[in-house]
Design a protein around this ligand. Sequence first.
Ligand SMILES: [Zn+2]
Length: 324
Amino acid sequence: MRIAPIIVIALTLCIEPAFIGKAIAQRSGSTAGFPQNADIRNIATGVWFLKGGVNGSSNTAVIEMDKYLIVVDANYPGRAKELLQIIPTISPKPVKYVFDTHAHGDHSYGNSIWTSAGATTMAFSGVSLDMDKWEPARWQQAAKRRKDMQDTGMGDVQRPQKSLSGNRFTLKDGHREVEFISFGWGHTEGDGYVWLPRERVLCTGDAAVNGPYNKIIDANLTQWPQILDRALRLKPRYVLPGHGEAGGPEILEGQAMFLRELRKAVSSALAKGQNPEDTTIDLPQSSDHWVPHAQPSLWRQDIVTMALELSAKRPAGSLPHEWR
Ligand SMILES: [Zn+2]
């Protein structure tokens, strides 16, 4: 009987933090009648991870400060409306800031929903620059098939109200410090991360996703894995990705490995004179988790985008391209 507590402690140490997905408390189903994708996980005291995935939605993080909440990623308008109903079930404090990790629609098109509810949207300055570069064409293309966007009555994404210059911005109160960090152009030119130094939680947006969910057409594919190496040097305990399950630093390592293996394989194909539009690319098993086998057109896009960057010797995202 006396060894029981020792076993419990040993088990606790074993499952923390590598298997966070199983170890952390789950509150699925706590939001009665609302909605099918209300997967809410308590990552640390006052830090929640709300998994997206339905109707193209991204993941969301909610960070509780003394008097208010910070939401990471505005999401699509429909999901933003859902979140406005879900979040009061986890904390009664008002949402004061909504941070867009980058300009892609599944992370930012809900901006106007949040500002109408009284929050202030913010992002690094590169996000508005990306929006100015790609919008309103992408908004209008997506709105054709998205009722939640049509319902906003808008013809363009609302720009973040607060634009962060430099590469670091900190919000701090008696209990928590939240750092907003720009490491440079990886997934998009305006990429921003959210880092909780005390809890060692890192929100990455799509700079790191946990599975075959990424779209790399706006990326700087040469710099991106190096940036993930820099993010790893923060030594995060928990990584909250833009898509897929929460986990630990293995998400950053895997995303970087995928990009490096893709580069190596496409480089080798180009050296053999193969056409990136139809050549077969196989990556090592260690990168397979990030390969979109179920979406051959997205996989082809990955290969072609990498080939474009390698041939042009410029970031793929800086070359003329359209959202596909
Ligand atoms: Zn994205």
